[in-house]
Design a protein around this ligand. Structure first.
Ligand code: ATP
Length: 457
């Protein structure tokens, strides 16, 4: 379990340039965050690895990149217009607002997922739940609140021009099912994945970037024959879990939580969440994997009147495929990775160092080139300028070498490369490893290959 407080980790991320407050000079915007000079790299590295492993190197899957604004009929078909809402309650005493299911869950440990507003009112009354802010038991009735952001397309702000910012990327995939079949020559089983922004007007965003209103999702819709869905579902649960382990997250901080019968969506035969022991809660969802049966394609067939069918090339049989959906948020993965990587260690000289044990493939800065003294800047800089053609590196000549190591440990740079007087003679540099702090001499001519091997995923 995590040893460090969430506040400490968040402060570190904000101090080092991983994350900035959104619109900071205007006093911010509630729960909006910007990814900084390091965070933008970490985010990109996460997305690149997902794309590589789930699309590029997958024998089954292809990728698309669909629009954020979609025909509003999409959201009628999926039920988002009617049902994509959370119930909220207000404390009549102190005016705080809560998501009713979260209020109930936190007070009683009972799940209120899928309960109607009336059922939630009854639970709040039965358990005499009090306001976590002021301790009083005096709530308004629970009422549904649609989480989709509404806007207008074109110049007229009337009912006909209403569109919504997509609350998930998945539907851009389902509506393109025929296009992908027509243009990719894919045969079942196959998946379609994409990475993109989603928007949800969350009632209670918070815990830093864990729950935000604007976030990125990496979603895969994997189509297979009915009857083969449960084994593919298991396959994707273990593939996603394996991906997280490969990114270096400690297994003891992870669990797979299958949804109970009561919690399952009515169309799903099986769903599991991969959860992480975040420092601010017991377990928080990172990745959801759901067997969605043929629900989405059938709904889109009904509303669009288009046939979204698969025709078996040998038997000629046509049917609606089943679909497994592994869906993950980039910000959630980001937060899990930094919480898991953050560490403080006591050194032999009595000092303490902060170190981020990020997987080298994810680290924003791969190596920092440090001339031992300023006199050696010129050849060290030439080495840096050569390395940066292949990796994102930094050049640092400020302060003692020890201080430069500490700075790089704190941001997760896996290698520091020191150019010293001997380097002028033997054409070698000292490579210092972030995690072990061990140092070794490496020939400059072999340095790129040496680093490449160690930066692999
Ligand atoms: P929750 O119950 O926490 O609101 P959900 O079950 O509705 O989440 P999904 O619709 O399954 O979430 O979304 C898939 C993934 O997208 C989640 O596992 C999470 O990683 C990410 N995600 C969802 N909502 C948010 C959000 N508001 N901020 C950041 N990431 C999110």
């Amino acid at each position: 379990m995590n040893k460090y407080s969430f506040d400490e980790i968040v402060a570190h991320l904000r101090n080092t340039g991983y994350v900035y407050q959104g619109s900071e000079i205007y006093g911010g915007l509630s729960n909006s965050w910007d990814f900084g000079v390091l965070g933008s790299f970490l985010k990109k590295n996460i997305k690149d690895l997902w794309w590589r492993e789930f699309i590029e190197r997958s024998p089954y899957n292809v990728g698309i990149d669909s629009a954020i604004l979609m025909n509003p009929k999409t959201w009628e078909a999926t039920g988002h217009l009617k049902g994509f809402s959370d119930s909220m309650v207000d404390c009549k005493e102190c005016k705080s607002r809560f998501r009713a299911d979260q209020l109930i869950e936190e007070a009683t440990g009972l799940s209120a997922d899928g309960k109607s507003p009336e059922e939630m009112d009854a639970m709040i009354a039965e358990h005499k739940i009090v306001c976590p802010k002021c301790g009083k038991h005096n709530f308004t009735s629970a009422r549904p609140f649609n989480l989709m952001f509404k806007t207008y397309i074109g110049t007229l702000e009337d009912a006909k021009s209403v569109v919504y910012l997509r609350p998930e990327t998945a539907q851009g995939i389902f509506v393109n099912f025929n296009n992908v079949l027509r243009t990719s020559r894919k045969k079942l089983p196959f998946g379609i994945g994409q990475i993109g922004k989603s928007f949800r007007n969350e009632i209670t965003p918070g815990n830093f970037i864990f729950r935000v209103r604007e976030f990125e999702q990496m979603e895969l819709e994997f189509f297979c024959r009915p009857g083969e869905d449960l084994s593919w579902y298991q396959y994707w649960v273990s593939t996603c879990f394996g991906f997280i382990l490969r990114m270096g997250v400690k297994e003891e901080n992870l669990r797979i939580r299958p949804h109970s019968k009561e919690e399952l969506s009515f169309y799903s035969t099986a769903t599991s969440d991969i959860e992480y022991a975040f420092p601010f809660t017991d377990w928080g969802e990172v990745w959801g994997i759901a067997d969605r049966t043929d629900y989405d394609l059938k709904r889109h067939m009904e509303y669009s009147k288009e046939k979204l069918l698969y025709r078996d090339p040998t038997s000629g049989e046509t049917f609606v495929p089943y679909c497994i959906e592994p869906s993950v948020g980039v910000e959630r993965l980001f937060l899990m990775l930094v919480c898991d990587a953050y560490d403080k260690e006591s050194l032999d000289n009595g000092e303490e160092r902060i170190v981020m044990h990020l997987h080298p493939a994810l680290a924003p800065v791969k190596a920092c080139v440090c001339p031992l003294v300023k006199k050696l800047s010129e050849p060290a800089r030439a080495l840096f300028e050569d390395l940066i053609n292949d990796f994102h590196c930094e050049f640092d000549e400020a302060g003692t070498v020890g201080k430069r190591y500490r700075r790089n440990d704190a941001i997760g740079t896996p290698f520091c490369i020191t150019y010293d007087f001997e380097s002028l003679e033997d054409n070698c540099v000292t490579v210092r490893h972030r995690d072990s702090m061990k140092q070794e001499r490496v020939a400059i001519a072999e340095l790129k290959d040496y680093l490449k091997k160690r930066l692999e995923f």
